[in-house]
Design a protein. Structure first.
Ligand code: AR6
Length: 298
C-alpha cells in the first residue's frame, strides 16, 4: 500500500456542507437527534438518517456508531456521544475516546477524509479551550498511532471563538512537541523496550515505572501517552493514564500491591528492583523518587 500522509486542519464553517467522506455528529445517547450540530445534521441529511439511527439502539458516551449520510455530501456520518462537563477533568479521557473511536470506526469503513465538530463544547458545557485541546490531542494521538493511514482530519469550528480556541490548542500542541516548556501537552510520548511494549499493548502490564523527574511531574490523570517500541519507531499505541502513585524508591513500589501489574511479577522483589538499574542509577532513584503510572490502552 502507498505511504499516504495523514493531515490535520482547523477550519471554520458549517459541517453539514463539507465535501468529505465522513462527518462526525456530536449526538446524545439516544442517537435520535437533538439541538446544536446534531439538529443541523439531521435536518440536512433528512428522514433516512433518523430511520437508520432508530435501528442502532443508542450509543454509550465515548463510543461511536456509523450510518450513511443520506442527503448530505458526506457518504458516512459517525455519531459519537461526548461527556457532559461536570467541572472536573475526570471525563477528559471519554472525550478523547470520542475522537479516537470515531476515527477507528471511520477508518474501518474506508474513510480517508473526516470532519469533526467541537464535541461537548456546546450544550454539554465543556470549556472551549479544554475541549479544543482534547480534540487536538485525541486526533494527533490517533494519527500518530496510524501514521500511514492517509486520513485527513478537519476540525470544523462553527464560530470565531471555537476557531481561535482550536488554533491555539493546535499551535500549543506543536510547541509542546518541541518541548519549549511553554505548554503542557495533554499527551506525552514514552519509549519502551519490545517486551514491556508488547505486554502493555496486550493489557498484561498496566503499570509503567519511571523516575519522578521534571517531565513526569507534569503527567496528569487522563493524559494520553503514546508508547513507542524502541526497536521500531513506527510501532506505537495510545494509552490513557488511569492512576499515578509516587514512591520513594523501586523497592517500595515493588513491595506494594502494584507489583502484580508491573510485568515483573514472575521475579522476586529483589530481582525486580535490580532490573531497574539497567535503566536508572541509584543516584537518580534517590534524587527523584519513582512514579508508578497506571495505563489503559486506547
Ligand atoms: N457545524 C459545525 N459545528 C456546529 C454546527 C454546525 N452546523 N452547529 C453547532 N456547531 P453541540 P455538544 C458547534 O451543542 O456540546 C445536542 O442537542 C457548536 O457551536 O451541538 O456535544 C445533542 O443531541 C459547538 O461548538 O454538541 C446532545 O444532546 C459544537 O458544535 C448535545 O447537544 C458542539 O455543540 C450534545 O452537546
Amino acid at each position: 500500500m502507498d505511504n499516504v500522509k495523514n493531515g490535520i486542519e482547523i477550519i471554520k464553517g458549517d459541517i453539514t456542507t463539507l465535501n468529505v467522506d465522513c462527518i462526525v455528529n456530536a449526538a446524545n445517547n439516544s442517537l435520535l437527534g437533538g439541538g446544536g450540530v446534531d439538529g443541523a445534521i439531521h435536518r440536512a441529511a433528512g428522514a433516512g438518517l433518523l430511520a437508520e439511527c432508530r435501528t442502532l439502539g443508542g450509543c454509550e458516551t465515548g463510543k461511536a456508531k456509523i450510518t450513511r449520510g443520506y442527503d448530505i455530501k458526506a457518504k458516512w456520518v459517525v455519531h459519537t456521544v461526548g461527556p457532559i462537563y461536570k467541572g472536573s477533568t475526570r471525563d477528559d479521557p471519554v472525550l478523547l475516546n470520542c475522537y479516537i473511536n470515531s476515527l477507528e470506526l471511520a477508518a474501518a469503513h474506508g474513510v480517508r477524509s473526516i470532519a469533526f465538530p467541537a464535541i461537548s463544547a456546546g450544550a454539554y458545557g465543556y470549556p472551549l479551550d479544554r475541549a479544543a485541546r482534547l480534540a487536538v490531542s485525541g486526533v494527533i494521538a490517533w494519527l500518530t498511532v496510524h501514521p500511514d493511514c492517509g486520513m485527513n482530519v478537519k476540525l470544523c469550528c462553527f464560530d470565531d471563538a471555537a476557531y481561535c480556541a482550536f488554533l491555539e490548542a493546535y499551535n500549543g500542541e506543536l510547541k509542546g512537541r518541541c518541548n519549549d516548556g511553554s505548554y503542557v501537552p495533554l499527551y506525552t510520548e514514552m519509549r519502551l523496550a519490545p517486551e514491556p511494549f508488547q505486554n502493555i499493548k496486550r493489557g498484561e502490564k498496566t503499570v509503567e515505572i519511571r523516575l519522578y523527574d521534571e517531565k513526569r511531574r507534569r503527567l496528569k490523570l487522563g493524559d494520553t501517552i503514546i508508547f513507542t517500541n524502541t526497536e521500531n519507531d513506527s510501532e506505537c499505541f495510545a494509552a490513557t493514564v488511569t492512576a499515578l502513585r509516587r514512591f520513594d524508591n523501586f523497592k517500595a513500589l515493588f513491595s506494594s500491591e502494584l507489583f502484580a501489574q508491573t510485568g515483573c511479577e514472575d521475579m522476586t522483589v529483589e530481582r525486580a528492583v535490580e532490573s531497574m538499574y539497567a535503566y536508572y542509577t541509584r543516584e537518580q532513584e534517590n534524587r527523584y523518587g519513582v512514579l508508578a503510572i497506571s495505563v489503559k490502552k486506547i
